[in-house]
Structure formats: structure tokens, C-alpha cells
Design a binder for this molecule. Structure first.
Ligand SMILES: [Zn+2]
Length: 349
């Protein structure tokens, strides 16, 4: 069970930003309540804690004490922005600019990236992922993400923020981002697999190779492949032990892997993590999928002289040196099928 603190900024005698007939405290409360409702309705495995669920003032110290008491896994601080120039607008997220919990950036990536869907749909500018010394992101005793959905000082964005349908849209994607970060199970997820049973995460090819080798020793029957939890330039790879249609099979494999010391989790892949990208507007991510050969035989450690080149894609999804990767794999005795982001790698017969 994971605990998420959904914190509507301001409240009561503290209205937050006020402009264009909109008060920040009302916008944040509306989005916060809708986020809770959507998480409650669609996902299992999370306890949702709200420092305020009505229009009252709650001090930052009280929010911190509550967060400590419930032993929270994540704190999402919801705000709307203000600037003196009404032409300024946009969405941005903040983390503390000092020491962070290990998962904080990963959590922020899930939420920020997910929110880019409605942000783009609403033609709100993405101001990016930022680091700053805010009281809330510094004080909370758990991974803390501060969201500034848009600018109340912008007449256009104030109108959007006070629109209940827009609030629901932002809340829905906030909820999806939180659920992805905490790996919450979707309630109807018993139906739509497939499920990815992970064997671990890695941020280097050496670590991937080690996990694959361990995996091969532990359970030679699995069918592993590699995907991203986080994109370059600071990639976090997931080693997926297998993709299974049935949740009970996935649970059994995951339990087996955990028994053998793997940090296994069951995840439902986000569309952009899927082979061929699914319906996602994001470009598909590079996946190395050993279809036939055993993973340890890929010997990825012999590629690293160039691995950065082919991990770094440009905006059009082209790899820096794709031909070079083909050449290296060819030298190592593998056939490579496919172009761009999805490779089939087979041992040459
Ligand atoms: Zn605020």
C-alpha cells in the first residue's frame, strides 16, 4: 500500500494568487479533489491523504506533520502561478534544489511528462522541469513535487484554470502520473494486459548486463527485453523479465523473481514505453528485444564504446550512429532487424 499526499495549495485566509477574477486556492482545491476522486475510482493500492479538502487554511508545518505521520510515499503540491506580466504563461514543476530522495526525479518525470498531454492540448507552454528552494519541496519528509499548472495572471490561462472541464482534465493526468510513479494497479487492469514483470532497473549498460546475466542464471525460461523508465540524457532502463497476458501468471513470475533476490515489479507499460509506441503521440522508445537468443549472449558490454551514440536520439528519432551499432552487432555475430527505435536481435545461425 502506497500513501500519496495530495496537497491543494493555500486555502482559507490565504487565497494564493488572485487575478482575472480567479483565486488560486479555489483552483487548487478543485483539481486536488478531482485528482483524489479519479485515483479512488480507477486505481487500487493507494491511501490518499489530503491536508485540506475544503476552503480552510492549513499551515505548511501542519502539512509536514501530517505527511510525516502518515509515512507518505509522495507529496504532490498543487498550485497555480502568478507573474506581473499578464502575457506570461505556462506549466512548470519544481523539485528542491538540494538533496533529493532517490525516486523524486523519477516520480516528477512520470507526473510532468503525463501532464504534458493536457498541457499541449490546451496550448499551454511547457516551462519545464525546474529545481528551486521552495519551503514545501525542502520541508516535506518524502519525495515532493510542486506543480504550477498555469498562470492565473494570464487572462487566457485563468479562464482555463477556472473551467471545471479543464480542471478535470488536469486532475485526470495528475492522477495517471501519480499512479504511474507509485506503480498503482488499475482497477480494471485484470482485463487489459499485457503485464511487464520487471527484474530491476539500471542506469548503465554494465548494470543491465549484470541483471540479464543473473536473470539467465536464475530462470533460463524467461524472455527478457529492455525498455525505459526514463528517457535520455539520464536514462533509467527497466529490465523486463517477461511480458505476460495474464495477471496471475505475472504475479507468479514476479514472486519467483523476488524470491531469487530481484527487485521485481509488475507494471502496465505506458504507451510510450511500448513496442511501436502504441497510440502515443510520443515517439516510440528504443527497445532491445532478444527474440530467440538468451539474454546473456547479447554481450552488451562489448558495445559500450558506442552505446551513447545510439541512445541519444535527435528530435526526429534518428540515432546518432545507428549504422555503427549494426556494424558492432554484426561483428559480434548477431542479425539486426528493424530500424529506428525497435530492434530484433538474433544470433546468426
Ligand atoms: Zn501557490
Amino acid at each position: 500500500m502506497k500513501t500519496a499526499v495530495l496537497s491543494a495549495g493555500h486555502g482559507g485566509r490565504d487565497p494564493g494568487a488572485v487575478a482575472n477574477g480567479v483565486q488560486e486556492k479555489d483552483v487548487t482545491l478543485a483539481i486536488c479533489l478531482k485528482t483524489r476522486a479519479i485515483l479512488d475510482c480507477d486505481y487500487t493500492g493507494a491511501r490518499l491523504v489530503l491536508p485540506r479538502d475544503n476552503d480552510r487554511f492549513v499551515s505548511l508545518n501542519a502539512r509536514r506533520d501530517l505527511t510525516a505521520r502518515v509515512n507518505a510515499d509522495i507529496y504532490v503540491s498543487m498550485h497555480a502561478n502568478w507573474f506581473g506580466d499578464p502575457s506570461v504563461g505556462g506549466f512548470e514543476s519544481f523539485l528542491h534544489d538540494g538533496p533529493l530522495y532517490e525516486v523524486t526525479e523519477e516520480y516528477r518525470d512520470y507526473i510532468h511528462d503525463e501532464l504534458l498531454n493536457p498541457i499541449r492540448e490546451l496550448s499551454i507552454h511547457d516551462r519545464g522541469k525546474k529545481f528551486q528552494n521552495h519551503d514545501v519541496t525542502r520541508m516535506m519528509p518524502c519525495p515532493t513535487i510542486l506543480l504550477e499548472y498555469a498562470f492565473i495572471s494570464s487572462p487566457r490561462e485563468a479562464k482555463l484554470l477556472s473551467n471545471p472541464e479543464v480542471q478535470t482534465l488536469l486532475a485526470r493526468h495528475t492522477a495517471i502520473g501519480i499512479a504511474s510513479a507509485l506503480k498503482l494497479e488499475k482497477k480494471e487492469a485484470v482485463k487489459p494486459g499485457p503485464y511487464w514483470v520487471t527484474a530491476g532497473t539500471a542506469n548503465s549498460f554494465d548494470m543491465i548486463t549484470n541483471i540479464l546475466a543473473d536473470l539467465n542464471r536464475a530462470t533460463p525460461s524467461v524472455n527478457p527485453f529492455i525498455s525505459y523508465a526514463k528517457k535520455p540524457p539520464n536514462p533509467v532502463f527497466i529490465v523486463v523479465a517477461d511480458e505476460l497476458e495474464r495477471l496471475d501468471h505475472a504475479k507468479a513470475l514476479s514472486a519467483n523473481l523476488k524470491d531469487r533476490g530481484f527487485a521485481s515489479q509488475i507494471i502496465t507499460a505506458r504507451p510510450e514505453m511500448r513496442i511501436n509506441g502504441g497510440q502515443s503521440p510520443s515517439p516510440p522508445q528504443p527497445i532491445i528485444r532478444p527474440e530467440v537468443i538468451r539474454p546473456v549472449e547479447i554481450r552488451i558490454e562489448e558495445v559500450p564504446t558506442n552505446h551513447e551514440a545510439w541512445l541519444l536520439k535527435d528530435d526526429e528519432g534518428r540515432f546518432g550512429s545507428f549504422g555503427r551499432l549494426h556494424a558492432i552487432l554484426d561483428e559480434l555475430g548477431y542479425e539486426v532487424e528493424g530500424r529506428g527505435s525497435y530492434l530484433n536481435i538474433r544470433k546468426r545461425r
